[in-house]
Write a protein that binds this ligand. Structure first.
Ligand code: IPE
Ligand code: IPE
Ligand code: MG
Length: 245
């Protein structure tokens, strides 16, 4: 019998994958090269966290504000989404990973929309881990679309304004059927949320690293889990209350 206590693993990890452009520019390469390398880091992260026992992984791939980047960078990113899904859906499926997209997909090309739908459908029944890809996503957009759905219910007479609770609003958000993220990670050195999941990270533990996304390694991923396990989550209570069980 081993005395080792199992490490507390976050059920849901959310990541802002940042730093692709700077990684490439440091090497005097175009930013698109950084995005290509970023896809490899993304694959490593998916397999690492799935193996660690994480049940939901939410990755910020493209924000609603990223449309404001130079045209050729946006089109490189769109092509990369299509080719990554074409190349990797089969492997995700073989590993029991369900993929789904959150965000306003109507702005994408029909080709990308079709590929997203196909990848979602192909992996729909997988249970090992759910991979949520946030693309054309914004935390404010998410709250607004939830509020609009609730307003429609009120208009139809199916809901009274006083019945709107945190749980009811949560249920209309993009990840309404998932537990909130326990661990929030941002690579690339910036310490901001950049309109990622706003409502859902109310009590997430934050892990910021200067490591640029293409260099996100197993070592740093393990560090994120170790740091998470070392934190005491109090949810507003005192430390004494928590040890009083
Ligand atoms: C993150 O890397 C990828 C996307 C936003 C699509 P960046 O492209 O933001 O890289 P930096 O922050 O400019 O280095
Ligand atoms: C956030 O990164 C969006 C993604 C990683 C997809 P940005 O690089 O767009 O964020 P800012 O502009 O530095 O806040
Ligand atoms: Mg960035």
């Amino acid at each position: 019998m081993t005395e080792e206590v199992a490490q507390q693993i976050p059920q849901h990890v959310a990541i802002i994958m940042d730093g692709n452009g700077r990684w490439a520019q440091k090497r005097f390469m175009p930013r698109s090269y950084g995005h290509k390398k970023g896809v490899e880091a993304t694959k490593r992260a998916i397999s690492f966290y799935a193996r660690a026992g994480v049940k939901q992984l939410t990755l910020f791939a493209f924000s609603s504000e990223n449309w404001n980047r130079p045209k050729d960078e946006v089109s490189t990113l769109m092509s990369l989404f299509i080719s990554s899904l074409e190349k990797n859906t089969q492997e995700l499926n073989a590993n029991g990973i369900r993929i789904r997209f959150i965000g306003d997909r109507t702005a994408f090309s029909q080709k990308l929309i079709d590929q997203i739908e196909q990848s979602e459908l192909q992996t729909l029944h997988n249970k090992a881990m759910t991979l949520n890809v946030a693309a054309n996503y914004g935390g404010q957009w998410d709250i607004l679309q939830a509020v609009q759905k609730l307003a429609l219910k009120v208009e139809k007479g199916d809901l009274k304004p006083a019945q709107i609770s945190a749980d009811i609003l949560s249920g209309e958000l993009s990840l309404g059927d998932s537990p909130n993220p326990d661990l929030f990670i941002r690579t690339g050195g910036e310490k901001r949320i950049s309109n990622f999941l706003l409502w859902q990270i109310a009590y997430a533990e934050m892990f910021f690293t200067d490591v640029l996304w293409p260099e996100f390694s197993a070592e740093i991923m393990q560090q994120s889990l170790d740091i998470f396990a070392s934190r005491q989550r109090r949810f507003g209570k005192t430390a004494e209350q928590l040890s009083d069980v």
